[in-house]
Design a protein around this ligand. Sequence first.
Ligand SMILES: [Zn+2]
Length: 364
Amino acid sequence: MPLTMFDTALFSACYLTGRQRWLEQLTKLSDPVQYLPYPCAGYGPDHEVLITDTAWIGAEDASNVLVIISGTHGIEGFAGNAVELDWLRLLADGTVIIPDDTALLMIHALTPWGYAWQRRCDADGVDLNRNIVDFSKALPNNSGYEQLRSALFIFDAQQRQAAFTEFEQQHGRDAFERAISAGQYTDPSGPFYGGRAPAHGRRVTEELIQRYALASRDLAVIDVHTGLGSYGYGEIICDHEPDSPATAMAKSWYGDSVMLPLLGTSTSVPKTGLLDFAWHSIMNQRSCYITLEFGTYATHELFEVLLQDHLLWSKKTDGVNEEAKREHRKLMRHHFCPDDKAWQEMVLFRARQVIRQALHGVSS
Ligand SMILES: [Zn+2]
């Protein structure tokens, strides 16, 4: 096996390059492709247009569909883009063949604004992965977040950390992580904000589900994320109910590496408004949705880099110049996609493994 089997040159420097390479790779496929772009409002830092690109690869009437999603959390699209490029290359050179009754739906940069600006959220500060709630009803309440809120915006990192430690000692680690990251619907400038209306990525998802009548097909959905968990490991997070047919399906396809937040076995705590829920609601009993989450650094470092990001972008620090934001982008990139060939190889290896399991599972 050649040492260059996993090509870390697939990791691109910016959204624009990643997108161009993705579009170019699409043209090299011999399978039939339906390409649909979904423009997003706004521009990137280099005035580039922002598009969620999608490709349906294979037969239009396929009864099984493998769905690969990248950039749900904008900046996490750096790794997601490389994973999708790698898979497109395997398809193009014939290393992987999609069975006749199966199609691949590839969704690139579901939150393109965040990918281009190297943030996790969209232009309105919305976390797409907390956005799938019924906005016509009372929104989920996160009392822990409200308790911690004043501490989140303490500018001095040491003071902030002391307040966090106090909360954790009183309520426990799990409650602390839920308070910050489970999702909140009251504070647009804060982290893990679910928004007040369906975000771009949710609208695209719902349109694709309609467009391709996905409720009437068997689905294997893989949503690629980074930034939580052990360095380089791709954890399979399953947010279906533990005793559901979908969880049984996930275990039969992916084996013992399936982890469930609802059972406390995952590095992720249970959350509100996950993108998963847009798919769970239309899935039949032979389908399942997983998050493939690649770890980088410790959870407290994730919170720190995100809180700094929200501080810089919040109105409270209007005096902060653009240079500080530019500098912080490097730290964001470092947390969500380390410039380390070993980490990148681990991502490519594990993604191939999990996508292959999904393809085999949904096709059989
Ligand atoms: Zn994520």
